[in-house]
Design a protein around this ligand. Structure first.
Ligand code: MG
Length: 347
């Protein structure tokens, strides 16, 4: 009996050491991040946020002359203020040890109306889902955010598509150029993440909800997460991008890479307390979950998690979700939901 216990203890210890070693080899390098990437309008000396490092960060480049870093906190200088007529974006360069990094700080004029266009605003406009047209339409309508799905292609591009398959080609096993030979509605071709980030950076009203997708059998979910987060940082698009996925391991990877990104899990398999402990920012559940679990809303609120619901296309359910007080409603009918919210605000 004792021998058995000893063996078990050794086995557990070995397993622990083995996993720790594997984790260490696998551990992604945390990127330098800011608590927040927006600056409010009309607040002299406003604080943007702290850098996520204990090492000293200094301001290396600030063409606007508006910012300073005090004790690793980025803020406007004492009397400096961002006004309605200020530029939309401010590019700054910072130094931390030998490393340099550029950040884009955005004048905060982001819309807060809960409306998230599901795969962009495509329905009824003749646009393809997850296309550049559908994103531009979501921006034009004035949605708070536009949701989209990305996959890693065989040649390591981050490409937009809802399904694992695209016109008979498996996205993860195909080259971007081959998939781009397919002409979509309005003469478009399959979009890529950098193209989406370029469009979103052209304005400061609508944000993005980036859904990371991968086929578990192909085992490239973590590689996709690494590539997507790296691109968002390289293009200075942190202010615009939230991350979601059904793959919890992928979301944990995003958290390991970026300590301040807004991350929400789409599934209902992992308990909410665990999600909170493991650094998730919000839940993103199918609306029926709130009927199945009446205390879901209160528990999420108690844990300080944001609440997004999908995919709400029925006006009655839209009303119910607004009444409940959720933060975001993902819908294929953004124009309908916008009109409903506008009417309710007039009351
Ligand atoms: Mg999606």
């Amino acid at each position: 009996m004792k021998k058995n216990l000893l063996l078990k203890t050794f086995a557990a210890l070995f397993l622990l050491l083995a996993t720790t070693a594997a984790d260490a080899a696998d551990a992604p390098r945390q990127l330098l991040a800011l608590e927040k990437y927006t600056v409010p309008v009309g607040v002299p000396g406003a604080v943007v946020g702290r850098f996520t490092t204990e090492a000293a960060v200094t301001l290396a480049d600030d063409p606007s002359g508006l910012f300073e870093i005090v004790n690793n906190e980025l803020k406007l200088r004492k009397k400096a203020v961002v006004t309605a007529s200020s530029p939309m974006l401010f590019e700054i360069g910072v130094a931390c040890g030998d490393a340099q990094k550029r950040f884009t700080i955005v004048k905060d004029e982001f819309i807060r109306n809960k409306v998230v266009a599901h795969r962009g605003a495509w329905k009824g406009y003749g646009y393809h889902q997850n296309s550049r047209h559908s994103l531009r339409k979501a921006i034009e309508l004035g949605c708070e955010a536009s949701e989209f799905d990305v996959w890693l292609t065989k040649d390591k591009y981050i490409a937009l598509n809802h399904d694992y398959e695209y016109d008979g080609m498996i996205v993860e096993l195909s080259k971007l150029a081959d998939m781009r030979r397919v002409i979509l509605e309005q003469g478009e071709v399959m979009a890529t993440l950098d193209e989406y980030l370029d469009i979103i950076r052209g304005q400061n009203r609508t944000r993005l909800v980036l859904e990371l997708k991968s086929t578990p059998a192909n085992k490239i979910g973590l590689e996709l997460a690494d590539a997507a987060v790296a691109m968002v940082h390289e293009m200075g698009a942190q202010a615009w991008v939230d991350y979601i996925s059904f793959d919890y391991e992928v979301l944990k990877r995003v958290r390991a890479l970026d300590p301040t990104a807004h991350i929400a899990y789409l599934g209902a398999v992992v308990p909410m307390d665990q999600q909170k402990i493991e650094g998730m920012s919000g839940i993103d559940y199918h609306f029926s979950q709130f009927d199945n679990m009446p205390r879901l809303y209160d528990r999420a609120r108690m844990l300080g998690l944001t609440i997004n619901v999908w995919t709400v296309d029925d006006p009655k359910i839209m009303e119910r979700m607004i009444d409940m007080g959720v933060d975001f409603i993902t819908t294929d009918e953004p124009a309908m939901l916008l009109e409903m919210i506008e009417k309710r605000n007039e009351r």
